[in-house]
Design a protein around this ligand. Sequence first.
Ligand code: NDP
Ligand code: PMR
Length: 395
Amino acid sequence: MATSLLSSALSIHKEGKSLTQLKETSFIGTSVGEHLKTEFNSTVVRSKREYSQRTRSVRAQTAVMTPAVNRASQEKKKTLRKGCVVITGASSGLGLATAKALAETGKWHVIMACRNFLKAERAAKSAGMSKENYTIMHLDLSSLDSVRQFVDSFRQSGRPLDVLVNNAAVYQPTAREPAFTAEGFELSVGTNHLGHFLLSRLLMDDLNKSDYPSKRLIIVGSITGNTNTLAGNVPPKANLGDLRGLAGGLNGLNSSAMIDGGNFDGAKAYKDSKICNMLTMQEFHRRYHEETGITFASLYPGCIATTGLFREHIPLFRTLFPPFQKYITKGFVSEEESGKRLAQVVSDPSLTKSGVYWSWNKDSASFENQLSQEASDVDKARKVWEVSEKLVGLA
Ligand code: NDP
Ligand code: PMR
């Protein structure tokens, strides 16, 4: 049973098309995507044309030369400026590895949006990130006030927002009773989904204002929220039901702490939050991609069995989980490799398609994966969106 489920899960991977093979060449040391290339080329052609027109007139009128060159170099500078990416939960695991991977290219300034400033500072230092490539800003996703304050401080910093990565998460597999966010939502869904939902909705304005050629909003998903895989069939399975608990405010008082209205289960709450993440990404895509050109994407980076995500699991699990994933399921991926994968979704010119749930095959080539029926349910995505906007005070 397990073997047949395992092989069916893997067959999805085999069918996947390797998109990293489509990697493009770089231009003046900076990779550029298809539409960016077009923009680049037209800029270059325009600059060249302007330049040759100007040089012709320069022969007669030398003074015109200086402004023409300035304009051309200003245009180039505009296109080549450093990208600014906000990564939530960049103080450990996948978020830190991604921050490091992007920072060391020298093409990105990383805003590490973290709840623990000191931890983030130590993590950035021990990862060897140099000061000019990152800024740490306080964000506690389990408080909607903190989310709003983060957005204000970010705006005050005057930096543009080019890419937002919703990465932070909590996982409480051994909790017997639910814990709650500042506003009284069950902690896993409140942090992983509702905190990110508000953050993303508020920062859409900022993404829209950015002049960066490839703007992206990324939400980290997971295989365990997808019941079309073996991993997604390990109990307790994700299931949002009719959303009655979410609609009731997930407060465990006059409503259940679980989205589907059932009894509290920390592992299920986490998996449910991941479905919400993947549904939200698709709803963003349907509502805003055409109008804004922003790329909305989700991903399963592989099983990064060594991260802090499992800090609350029993010690035996933490000991056995990495070798189990390495040698039995072969789904294991190192923090460094997972960071490279998410960094691709942030900046690789071949990964600009919107509405995609990315995964990687055993050769670490990216492909467009398929979401489970529930994680791609259009009606449910709309309902989750509508209920969530009421809960976070946007409707
Ligand atoms: P980690 O625990 O290492 O990282 C989670 C990050 O989220 C930490 O930086 C943590 O901060 C931060 N965080 C938690 N709560 C809050 C909060 N209230 N406000 C702000 N930040 C918060 O886990 P991973 O790196 O494994 O997880 C990263 C993402 O990857 C998650 O979305 C997870 O669902 C996903 N994922 C992980 C997989 C894995 O195998 N590990 C597989 C598939 C997806 P702090 O350092 O202060 O605790
Ligand atoms: Mg899983 C191909 C098989 C596969 C993969 C890729 C994962 C990923 N897991 C697989 C299989 C199995 N797991 C099997 C057969 C079992 C039963 C022995 C199993 C068990 C298991 C547990 C108890 N797995 C887990 C747990 C957790 O507590 C983790 C979890 O669900 O966190 C939410 C987990 C995970 N398995 C994965 C991945 C990626 C996780 C954790 C992280 C996540 O989804 O975000």
